[in-house]
Write a protein that binds this ligand. Structure first.
Ligand code: GDD
Ligand code: MN
Length: 353
């Protein structure tokens, strides 16, 4: 057995048979030795029953019936537990992912061009059809947040394949929907490839993504921090650079005002700009280890914009803590700086660098 493709289902009665048929065709047409593992969570619409009835007709089909709705990620993992293939895959049941792309993902790995292949909606040539503005925005935001951990363009897709050996002895256990990001962070692979796909919103049935998934995702994101020592290291370097910047700022303000005789508001602006520029340079070459010339102008502009936004955020929290929560203003400022630092770091890490 080469490929084990897991399809999690919850209320997919109107989709699953059509998808199974298409996958079978793809396997046959492209000579793929594959099995399909459907993991159903006791769907109230009777998906499980339909599957049992078809099982007799399809020989390389396995079905797992779980007692309740335990979530998409765990369904995929449970499917992989009984998988016999060397390549493990996952795909949605609602016909959103194009079965014609199975072969492309499969051959990338089978031919040794990659050990991890994902069906990407955000790679050039990929697309999402049928989603409204709100869903698109949510997806983009989630993808942007994941940038802290990976440069993969679509770490949220539910269509991917990975070599079994890449996850050997790894503890994979995400909450909720987003299993792929966790694999990207924890699995042991050399080459990951994004194959563009066109995602079509489902026609039958309803999406199971809800507010709960957002919270699971945020929880997951925080939980991954220890896996990325690099991010933590960058954070402390960034904070240190900020400290140096503050010293430069105050020192220059003093020198320009007292020794050179510049009007103090003007020298405040000048010293702020110089300190910010030095922060930018130090962060670029030291914190984020980038060549100083790489997109320097654009990045300097982005860095400046984040700095200004952070300044406003800082003032906002200073006001909030002091006036509304009635905290002593110097303590408020310490708290506000803490919040501003976090926003500053992630803002620049995700957007600028
Ligand atoms: N067994 C099981 N248990 N299956 C589930 C569960 C569950 O609790 N929740 C959802 N599924 C199945 C659905 O039946 C479907 O086959 C697949 O998982 C995806 O669920 P959808 O409800 O169709 O999700 P979506 O279209 O909103 O989200 C898809 O796109 C996202 C990308 O933005 C999924 O592929 C997500 O994984 C992906 O992140
Ligand atoms: Mn869907």
């Amino acid at each position: 057995m080469k490929l084990s493709l897991v399809i999690p289902t919850y209320n997919e009665r109107k989709n699953i048979l059509q998808l199974l048929k298409k996958i079978q065709e793809e396997f046959k047409k492209n000579n793929i030795q594959g099995e399909i593992i459907v993991v159903d969570d006791n769907s109230p619409d009777g998906t499980g029953k339909i599957l049992d009835e078809t099982k007799i007709k399809i020989k390389n089909l396995k079905i797992i019936h779980r007692k309740g709705k335990f979530g998409l990620s765990s369904a995929v993992l449970d499917g992989w537990k009984i998988a016999e293939g060397e390549i493990l895959g996952a795909m949605d049941a609602d016909l959103s992912h194009p079965p014609e792309k199975i072969k492309e993902l499969f051959w990338e790995i089978e031919n040794g061009k990659a050990d991890f292949a994902i069906g990407s909606r955000y790679a050039p040539g990929g697309e999402i059809k049928g989603w409204g503005f709100k869903r698109k925005l949510m997806s983009k935001t989630a993808t942007l947040l994941a940038r802290v951990y990976t440069k993969v363009k679509d770490p949220m897709t539910g269509f991917f394949m990975i070599k079994r050996t890449c996850i050997k002895d790894k503890k994979i256990n995400p909450k909720g929907f987003k299993i792929l990001l966790e694999l990207i962070i924890k699995a042991n692979y050399k080459i990951i490839k994004e194959i563009p796909i066109i995602f079509n919103n489902r026609i039958e049935g309803k999406s199971k993504a809800g507010t709960k998934e957002i919270f699971c995702y945020l929880q997951n994101l925080i939980g991954y921090l220890p896996y990325k020592k690099k991010v933590i290291r960058e954070f402390f370097k960034f904070a240190f650079v900020g400290g140096i910047g503050t010293i430069i700022n105050v020192l220059l303000l003093y020198i320009l005002t007292e020794k050179v005789g510049v009007y103090y508001l003007l020298s405040a602006i000048v010293s702020f700009l110089i300190a910010m520029t030095s922060n930018f340079i130090l962060n670029k070459v030291w914190t984020f280890k980038e060549n100083i010339r790489l997109n320097a102008k654009k990045k300097y502009f982005q860095f400046t914009l984040v700095s200004i936004i952070v300044l406003i955020v800082n003032l906002f929290f200073l006001y909030l803590f002091t006036e509304i929560f009635e905290i002593y203003y110097l303590i408020s400022q310490v708290l506000a700086i803490g919040i501003a630092l976090i926003i500053n770091f992630f803002g620049n890490k995700i957007w600028t660098f």
